[in-house]
Design a protein around this ligand. Structure first.
Ligand code: ADP
Ligand code: MG
Length: 358
C-alpha cells in the first residue's frame, strides 16, 4: 500500500501567541487546547486526509484503503494506580483504549508501537504480568507489535500505545457524519466503569464482591471491533465515536463536528441492574454516571431514522444482542440536549476534561 502523504507546508504567518486571551488551561480545557493546536496546523492538511479532530487520523492510500492512526497514553496516578489494577489488566487496558479508537472508525487494528516510561525499581515479575495482559489482547485481534520506546521515568510511569489500523476508505465512520433525522444509537454498557472507579477509590466499598463486574468494566473494558466493522458496511450508518469521556462529552463531539443538535432521551439509556443496584446502595445517580463518568469504551453512533429498525434487526441476527436507540439528531445549533418523560431535562455535571474536571 503506497501512502499519499505529501509534505504539508506549514507557513507560520503570525508570531501571535495561541493564548493571548487566557492565562490558564482550565479556561479552555483539553478540547479548547486541541482546537487551537488544530488551527495552527490546519494548512498542513490536504483533501481526503483527516488529521486532528476524530478518534483516529485517516491517511488515504492510492488503492481505496485508508490507514488509521491513533495514540493514547495512560499516566500513573492520573489514569491508573498501581494498587488499584493488576499488571495484566493494565497491559490489557493500555492497548484496549487504543483499539477502541480504531473501532470507532469501523476499522481493524493491525500494528502497534509501545512507549514506556518505567520506574527504575519496577520488578521483572510486574513487567512479565503487564506484557502477558497486553499480549493476550493483541493475540485476540492479531495485532503485531512493531516497535516503541523505553525509558526510565523519574516519577510516575507512562504507558503510551500508538496503533495503526486499516479499512476501506469509503466506509470510514467519522464524528462529522450525523444528519438531522438520524437516530442516536449506543452499543455497550454505560456508567459501569465510573461505578467501578468509585469502588476502587472507596476502600470500604472495595471488598463488596457483589459489584466486582463494575471493577472489571473499569480495568478491562469490553471492545466492539467486529460489531463496528459490521456497522461500517451500512451506508445508512453515518457517524461514530467511542465513549472515553462519557456520553455528555463525546456526544458533543459528534454535535460539533456534524453541525447538528443531538437530543437524548434519558428514559432510553440502558442502565444495568448491577449499576442501578450499586447506585441505590451507595446513593449515586446511575444516569449521571452513565453521562459523565467516562472510560466505558462503548460506541455511540448515528444512523438513518428510516433504516434504524431493520439494521437493528440484522445486527441482532448477526450478534445475538443489539444496540440501543437513545435519541435523535435534529437541525439546530450544535449541542447535546436531554429529555426525560417527554420534557426537556438539564444536566449540570459535564463530561470528563483533563484540565477542567477537578
Ligand atoms: P480520543 O478520546 O478519541 O482519543 P482525544 O480527545 O484524545 O480523542 O483527541 C481528539 C483529537 O485531538 C484527536 O484527533 C487527537 O489526535 C488530537 N490530539 C489530542 N492531543 C493532541 C496534541 N497534543 N497534538 C495534536 N493533536 C492532538
Ligand atoms: Mg475516541
Amino acid at each position: 500500500m503506497s501512502l499519499i502523504v505529501k509534505q504539508g507546508k506549514v507557513k507560520s504567518k503570525s508570531k501571535k501567541s495561541l493564548f493571548n486571551d487566557i492565562t490558564s488551561l482550565s479556561e479552555i480545557g483539553e478540547f479548547g487546547l486541541i482546537d487551537r493546536v488544530a488551527q495552527l496546523f490546519r494548512e498542513g492538511e490536504e483533501d481526503n486526509r483527516l488529521g486532528i479532530g476524530d478518534d483516529c487520523a485517516v491517511l488515504p492510500s492510492g488503492d481505496g484503503s485508508s490507514l488509521l492512526v491513533t495514540t493514547d497514553m495512560l499516566i500513573e496516578n492520573r489514569h491508573f494506580r498501581m494498587d488499584w489494577i493488576d499488571p495484566e489488566d493494565l497491559g490489557y487496558k493500555a492497548l484496549a483504549v487504543n483499539i477502541s479508537d480504531i473501532s470507532a472508525m469501523g476499522g481493524a487494528p493491525e500494528f502497534a508501537f509501545l512507549s514506556l516510561g518505567l520506574h527504575s525499581d519496577i520488578s521483572t515479575e510486574w513487567l512479565d504480568r503487564f506484557f502477558r495482559g497486553t499480549r493476550e489482547l493483541s493475540a485476540i485481534h492479531d495485532i503485531k507489535l512493531m516497535g516503541g520506546d523505553t525509558t526510565k521515568s523519574p516519577s510516575d510511569m507512562v504507558i503510551s500505545y500508538t496503533l495503526l489500523g486499516l479499512m476501506d476508505q469509503s466506509k470510514v465512520l467519522l464524528r462529522s457524519g450525523a444528519r438531522p433525522g438520524d437516530k442516536i444509537a449506543l452499543l455497550g454498557k454505560v456508567g459501569e466503569s465510573g461505578a467501578g472507579l468509585k469502588l476502587l477509590a472507596e476502600k470500604e466499598l472495595n471488598g463488596n464482591s457483589k459489584y466486582q463486574s463494575l471493577v472489571k468494566a473499569h480495568n478491562r473494558p469490553k471492545l466492539f471491533v467486529r460489531e463496528a466493522q459490521y456497522l461500517a458496511e451500512f451506508n445508512a450508518v453515518h457517524s461514530m465515536i467511542d465513549l472515553s469521556d462519557g456520553i455528555q462529552s463525546d456526544a458533543r463531539h459528534i454535535a460539533n463536528r456534524s453541525g447538528a443538535e443531538l437530543i437524548i432521551d434519558l428514559d432510553l439509556l440502558p442502565l444495568s441492574s448491577t449499576l442501578t443496584g450499586f447506585c441505590n446502595e451507595y446513593s449515586c445517580s446511575a444516569t449521571e454516571l452513565a453521562l459523565t463518568s467516562g472510560e466505558d469504551y462503548g460506541l455511540l453512533f448515528t444512523l438513518s431514522g428510516e433504516k434504524a429498525g431493520i439494521i437493528r434487526k440484522q445486527f441482532t441476527e448477526q450478534f445475538g444482542y443489539s444496540f440501543h436507540l437513545i435519541g435523535e439528531v435534529a437541525e439546530g445549533d450544535p449541542a447535546v440536549n436531554y429529555t426525560k418523560k417527554g420534557r426537556p431535562f438539564k444536566i449540570e455535571k459535564q463530561g470528563f476534561d483533563h484540565f477542567k474536571t477537578k
